[in-house]
Design a protein around this ligand. Structure first.
Ligand SMILES: C[S@@+](CC[C@H](N)C(=O)[O-])C[C@H]1O[C@@H](n2cnc3c(N)ncnc32)[C@H](O)[C@@H]1O
Length: 373
């Protein structure tokens, strides 16, 4: 390769490496895998089962769409009627189809993917699903790269909610993806997504393995690094909604990854102004999200019982006041004459601790299984 300047040479090399990643991922999801059963890994604890409303909708989906589901979580928030949703790496479209039913005729859902075979399955089942729904959903699938959403046809500040299921780990340029999502979201929007994370540095032997990359094991995000990046982009106070350990079925893969543990984590990232001032607020959940009538789980550390005011941190108050969730909460300042009264600090269990707990959950559930043999 002849390059005039050292920087352009490095850029060219990076571009070539990115292209190799894209080609190998397209090949894996377009040609190697035929159905979900061909995957070599899976999240195998039952801790993150979809909500019954989502389960009911899943049963109405075209079989071809669900057969090619390769996600690792359930990034489908309820209460999104009328919203504009974007799905990064939508694959055969499973989550988009469910989202289309959740947003209803007034909302819209757009999937973006780079693999033709996946897009074909996603597109050719829309009409049949429209007949099941009783209206033609406002659902479309764009061919493109999640690193270049605008080029794919996603306008800036055009989406309320962005979802994604086990895709960002596959990107050779994760900060670019995350910044692009921030730009695509309207103010008050949310990136609600499930992805793969590891609990230690992924060894070089694993990083170079093509099939392991396809399964998402080599590009798994590092929670601390990831949280640093998204805060820098402007998302407020990343929230973990659920976490579960991912099991590796294939013996050869198991040997290769060694001691590294992998987790599927569903994060919630909100595009709201940074919290200003002290947290001297209460938030009361109104019980109005369909399917969450008794309580609402904002994240693993913050659950709200219906009609019970709770003191919240400045960031939580801002999220509940300024995001798309605002219509479901009343956030009020606390009038407190006690000069000793403490403002509420952010309540957040470190992700490392959540990972350790997720491993224990699996240990105890497999122990239970072996006891019942
Ligand atoms: C693990 S599958 C998940 C598919 C879908 N989200 C699901 O849950 O079934 C990953 C998908 O992301 C797509 N993908 C991976 N990297 C991408 C990129 N950089 N740009 C666009 N699509 C990408 C692949 O083509 C594939 O369909």
């Amino acid at each position: 390769m002849s390059c005039s300047a050292q920087t352009s040479c490095a850029q060219k090399q990076d571009q070539q490496q990115d292209q190799q990643v894209y080609t190998s991922v397209k090949d894996y999801y377009g040609k190697v895998l035929q159905t979900t059963n061909d995957l070599k890994t899976s999240a195998c604890t039952g801790s993150s089962k979809p909500h019954p409303i989502v389960c009911r909708l899943l049963r109405t989906l075209p079989q071809a769409v669900t057969d090619k589901f390769y996600g690792c979580g359930n990034p489908l928030p309820l209460g999104i009627a009328g919203k504009d949703v974007l799905d990064l790496g939508s694959g055969s479209g499973r989550d988009c189809y469910v989202a289309a039913a959740l947003v209803g005729p007034q909302g819209s859902v757009t999937g973006v993917d780079m693999t033709d075979e996946q897009l074909q399955t996603a597109r050719e089942n829309i009409d049949a699903f429209g007949q099941t729904l009783g209206y033609q959903p406002n659902l479309k699938f764009l061919t493109g790269y999640i690193e270049a959403l605008e080029d794919a046809g996603v306008a800036n500040e055009s989406k309320d909610i962005c979802i994604s299921n086990c895709v960002v780990n596959l990107s050779p340029n994760k900060p670019q993806v995350l910044a692009g999502v921030y730009t695509a979201l309207r103010s008050g929007g949310e990136f609600h997504f499930s992805d793969m994370y590891s609990d230690r540095t992924v060894p070089e032997s694993v990083r170079q393995h093509e099939e392991l990359h396809g399964e998402g094991l080599t590009g798994a995000l590092f929670a601390n690094e990831f949280e640093r990046i998204v805060k820098k982009i402007g998302f407020v106070s990343p929230r973990v909604l659920s976490i579960r350990h991912i099991s590796i079925f294939d013996e050869q893969f198991k040997q290769l990854v060694g001691d590294t543990n992998y987790f599927s984590i569903t994060y919630r990232l909100f595009k709201v102004p940074s919290a200003i001032g002290d947290a001297n607020c209460t938030a009361t959940y109104l019980g109005t999200v369909e399917g969450h009538e008794e309580r609402y789980l904002l994240d693993i550390d913050n659950s709200f019982d219906t009609n019970v005011p709770r003191r919240v941190s400045a960031n939580t108050a801002t999220i509940l006041k300024e995001s798309w969730l605002a219509k479901y909460f009343v956030v009020e300042s606390v009038v407190d004459n006690n000069s000793d009264s403490q403002t509420i600090a952010e309540k957040r269990t470190p992700t490392e601790c959540l990972m350790k707990s997720a491993l224990q959950v699996e240990c105890s559930s497999s122990a239970l299984k072996s006891c019942s043999k």
